[in-house]
Design a protein around this ligand. Structure first.
Ligand SMILES: Cc1ncc(COP(=O)(O)O)c(C=O)c1O
Length: 255
């Protein structure tokens, strides 16, 4: 009733959860932020997720994990002191992760009217849903969100731009989700000698970027071909996107 819960989405490749320890750290941090005790140890989560994947029989998939506050005796804003958190684990197919086609996305910018705790991966996704649906209603695939003139993220992914050979992504503040794909990309790119700046991106800078890309567990890295009805770069994935994506695919293969 209160949207009072936390979730994670973990990609599965070759029947194995990808970067699971990072997801368990973020799950634990999100739960701490909403004052909900983590109901399972990392070892128990790891076993439960492995069992769910095995029972699904899927090789390339998503694992969805959700922890909500539990059953309360009545509807009350005050947390029930003795409730047992409800745990849900679900595995479902991930055709996007098979990457048969990578069609660049068309994005529009919309004002980020979500709450100011974007680093918490809460199941309360009403604002993200409104924004995504508004973008699609306007003929785009998704929205890049702007708060006080600066990019935060997209409705379910982080944003990178490339300008003059430099990758830029917004810093990990409480206004956006600290994406695991984002972190992996920053680390891989820097290890390869690419320059990555973590700093604010103004709307003007976004509109003048050579390349724009998104990162998420759902889409890995993915190019943006159109912004607000104008072509971004060559409209296809640019040089840096190709480079970053290759690094990501290699890392995935080696994981
Ligand atoms: C709002 C938001 N930002 C960013 C991301 C990307 O995070 P990750 O790379 O950990 O999937 C997501 C993931 O679903 C998200 O919902």
């Amino acid at each position: 009733m209160f949207g009072d819960g936390i979730y994670e989405v973990i990609p599965v490749y070759g029947g194995k959860p990808f970067t699971l320890p990072r997801h368990l750290v973020r799950l634990s941090n999100s739960l701490k932020e909403i004052r909900l005790a983590n109901p399972l140890s990392d070892a128990a989560w790891t076993d439960l997720i492995a069992e769910a994947i095995a029972r699904s029989g899927e090789e390339t998939a998503y694992v969805y994990v959700q922890v909500t506050r539990g059953v309360a005796p009545r509807r009350d804003h005050l947390y029930p002191p003795d409730a047992t958190p409800t745990v849900l684990v679900m595995v479902y197919e991930a055709p996007i992760l098979e990457r048969k086609t990578v069609t660049p996305l068309a994005m529009i910018t919309l004002e980020d009217f979500r709450w100011a705790r974007g680093h918490i991966k809460t199941v309360s996704l009403i604002a993200a849903g409104l924004l995504k649906n508004e973008a699609v209603a306007q003929g785009a695939d998704d929205a890049i969100l702007i708060r006080d003139g600066y990019v935060t993220e997209a409705t379910a992914s982080n944003i990178f731009i490339a300008k003059n050979g430099v990758l830029v992504t917004p810093p990990k503040t409480s206004l956006l989700l600290h994406g695991i794909t984002r972190d992996v990309v920053v680390e891989l790119a820097r290890a390869q000698g690419l320059v990555v700046e973590e700093r604010q991106i103004s709307l003007e800078e976004l509109e003048n970027a050579d390349e724009i890309m998104i990162t998420s567990s759902g889409h890995e890295t993915w190019p943006v071909g159109m912004l607000n009805g104008r072509q971004v770069g060559n409209g296809e994935g640019g040089v840096l996107w190709h480079q970053v994506d290759q690094l990501f695919q290699e890392f995935k293969g080696a994981s």
